[in-house]
Design a protein. Structure first.
Lengths: 233, 209
């Protein structure tokens, strides 16, 4: 999607600039994304609009092409790194301007697993979709999850694992939540390369999310259902 | 025997012998060394491409297809894979096929010995492992698939949470040790060498000889 000629971002109109930011995200050009975000801010765009229309919009294309086997992990990481640059500018402004809040999530990789690329992508896309995310990092024993959900009372608990040797630990966490009578207080979403829907069901998660985009859609869906239930109850 | 061929294409069985060893290409050198050392001429070796290591979801179908294709020509088939990231799928498939496989989570574990490997459980969490084969094929298995040849700046996104590169050495080869140490430096990790020899691979093959 990259063009060889030099493009002056400030010379583009809004629509062209957003299109160009999609291309720059796709190509993992962090500095160009930061420049694009600053130009849109100067033109009076709300931070939330920049986040959703330019950054999340662009990453959605990246995610789709990853799912379709057009892009691979290195390219997705470069794109994510570029989006991170844009989000670093927008994050403090989002707090000031009162962006809509979709819900909240505690997320971390399970005990024995230090692979956090998937978790970090999910965290970023969830934040981009308006969720408050508390990232408790890597290699989490059950106690860490329980402390975090007790402290932050999130709508969602997210667990991630890359290894077949560590993914069974997700069941340990869910079983402990059942024992403590708190399982149904939270939406539990799980993900990671070796998992599948069947595994998610077998361990008692609400849903398995195969990638970051699916995680966002699933989270929105479950949070909406939860709110509807509360309203009805 | 060319490592690149073992990585990409594997190794075809010769068709001679009563026992077929259906193995990962990354184990070919070690299995052939054990065959020579023990005079196991009744064992024939067929290797699947070693690069399947990077896509474990493809291992089980490939093993099933190869077992079904070749088994009629042999008395027995022994699958020389551990679980290798298949999440129990390979074990299940082997049970369905009525063949045995190597116990353990992966070759790192059975080279060191499954019992010994578990004693390092805590430090293994932050360890990135190489064997002799993976050290020789470091570019093909690690650097290129992760895009680090084109984008070295991604290194810490992949390896930032690792602490040590552990070289599980099947042989005493100073040249390979240097190569493994250089791999550790390239990934920004501390280096540790553990000499394993052939570990459980030798005893598992001996049981089926």
């Amino acid at each position: 999607m990259s063009e060889e000629e030099d493009i002056i971002l400030a010379d583009l109109d809004d629509e062209e600039l957003v299109e160009q930011m999609f291309d720059d995200l796709y190509d993992g050009l962090k500095e160009e994304i930061e420049e694009g975000v600053n130009i849109l801010l100067e033109r009076g765009w709300e931070p939330y609009r920049i986040l959703t229309e330019a950054l999340v919009g662009g990453m959605t294309i990246v995610g789709k092409d990853f799912r379709d086997g057009i892009l691979f992990v290195p390219e997705v990481l470069l794109a994510a790194n570029a989006m991170k640059g844009g989000m670093a500018i927008l994050k403090p402004l989002l707090a000031e301007t009162g962006a809509p809040r979709m819900g909240s999530m505690v997320i971390g990789t399970v005990k024995g697993d230090i692979h956090d690329i998937g978790k970090n992508l999910v965290s970023m896309m969830m934040e981009g979709a308006g969720f408050e995310v508390v990232d408790i990092g890597i290699n989490n024993p059950v106690e860490n999850y329980l402390e975090a959900i007790e402290e932050h009372k999130p709508d969602i608990l997210g667990m991630s694992a890359l290894l077949t040797t560590t993914m069974p630990y997700m069941k340990v966490v869910i079983d402990t939540m059942v024992e403590q009578g708190i399982r149904d207080d939270y939406i539990v979403l799980v993900g990671g390369a070796p998992l599948n829907e069947e595994f998610g069901k077998a361990i008692g998660a609400d849903a398995y999310c195969r990638d970051a985009a699916v995680a966002v859609e699933t989270a929105k869906d479950y949070v909406a259902r939860k709110h509807n239930q509360m309203a009805a109850g | 025997m060319d490592d690149r061929q073992l990585t990409e294409a594997g190794l075809a069985a010769t068709g001679e012998g009563r026992v077929l060893l259906l193995a990962c290409g990354a184990l070919a050198h070690e299995i052939l060394a054990l065959k020579r050392a023990n005079g196991w001429s009744h064992m024939d070796l067929h290797c699947l491409p070693a690069i399947l290591h990077n896509t474990p979801e493809k291992i089980t179908p490939a093993v099933i297809a190869a077992a079904e294709k070749h088994r009629a020509a042999y008395d027995r088939v022994f699958v020389v894979y551990a679980d290798c990231g298949t999440g129990g799928a390979l074990q299940h498939a082997c049970a369905e096929l009525g063949v045995e496989m190597v116990p353990g989570p992966h070759c790192y574990s059975f080279f060191e010995g499954n019992d010994v490997f578990t004693t390092h459980e805590d430090s293994n969490v932050t360890a990135f492992f190489l064997t002799d084969f993976l050290t020789r094929q470091f570019e093909a298995f690690v650097i290129k698939p992760l895009g680090l040849d084109r984008h070295p700046e991604l290194r810490d996104m992949y390896f930032g949470n690792y602490e040590t590169l552990v070289y599980l050495a099947q042989t005493d080869d100073p040249g390979l040790t240097d190569k493994a140490r250089a791999a550790a430096d390239r990934l920004g990790l501390a280096f540790e060498r553990r000499f394993t020899g052939y570990g459980d691979l030798a005893s598992e093959l001996a049981k089926r000889a």
